[in-house]
Design a protein around this ligand. Sequence first.
Ligand code: ZN
Length: 441
Amino acid sequence: MGTLLIQGAQIVTMNDKQNVFTGDLLIKDDRIVGIGEDLSSEGADRVIDARGKVLLPGFIQTHVHLCQTLFRGRADDLELLDWLQQRIWPLEAAHDEESIYYSAMLGIGELISSGTTTLLDMETVHHTDSAFHAIAETGIRAVSGKVMMDHGIEVPAPLQEKTERSLEESVRLLEKWNGYDSGRIQYAFCPRFVVSCTEELLIGVRDLSEQYQVRVHTHASENRGEIEVVERERGMRNIVYLDHIGLAKPNLILAHCIWLDEQEKTIIRERGVKMTHCPGSNLKLASGIAEVPDMLSRHVPVGLGADGAPCNNNLDMFQEMRLAALIQKPIHGPTAMDARTVLRMATMGGAEVLGMEEEIGSLEVGKKADLVLLDLYDFHTFPSHEVDVYSRIVYSATRGNVDTVIIDGKIVMENRVVRTLDRNIVLREADRSIARLVKRV
Ligand SMILES: [Zn+2]
């Protein structure tokens, strides 16, 4: 791959000192090997002139469902359990190998072109190899896994799994994909949520995730109806139950965590559990507003994610950052969730959620070269004179400002064009796939 020098950018490092300066960044193969005010271009295989542009770590989305991208616009204006039972589960049940592939390609195209370089994904029950193929081809960094569900009401027959089979298929996928491309792809066990999992399945996940040293990615306490079902069936509150069966550990990543009581917050903190905040999805499904400032003040790692396309309806980190900041302000005042805190959640916060803070999340020598170059020379991001760069990125910038994206040292988007997929083919095949799929619902 050789060396790549990015010259003259305003570098927003997101390191511990929150250093921001104008300078250069040198990449060798997949890693950052130099950052400084005036690095020599001698010996560099390629130089990108980034004067006037802003360089920052790629965004890390810690909760996405690539398998749902094809369902964008088909499940609006519903609450979570109706949204799942009436629309999403029947649609997921109708997927085929090719539709999963193009659903992932469509989602990854949107993610890369809006500056996301790493995602934590949750697929559906079947055809998960197709999503991994899309991830492998496009060059995005991902932790993903098949969804697991062996319990629950109104689950369509194709999504109803036998406990043993669900665990076996997960292990098969894990052994095939975990560590692919020098660790760019990793596997996570993805029990959907307690409502759709037997205790036997969850305990199986606990033991296997320990055995294979991988993460567990699930939804928790997103909706009041959901936590009522858990209390009725398991006799305790959701997070208390997860702790009771031994799942509440540092490798557990919980999406949403809106409806928590004090005991549950304490469990999350004490067990080292990670949390993902999805403000766009939480508002659109009328789920509620997570107590993110409180969780951050307890030093719980919190990342950001768009969730699936049918509950958002975009996979755009700029929108999630803006919402994450704005929705707390009427409750906690204007200084809650300032721009710098939000950008940290979108980068280092996400890295901490994934346990990858030594590898990604900031621009530092030795880390993976996952970065985004923004061109803020535009009406909506000017004036620039003495304007705080965090404010420009979080409150003013949009996906349209993303110019270049580099993942694992490879340029995957340049001059606003994603290079690792063919946009026209993906758009055409996405439409063909959903047309075929809805005939089976
Ligand atoms: Zn979700």
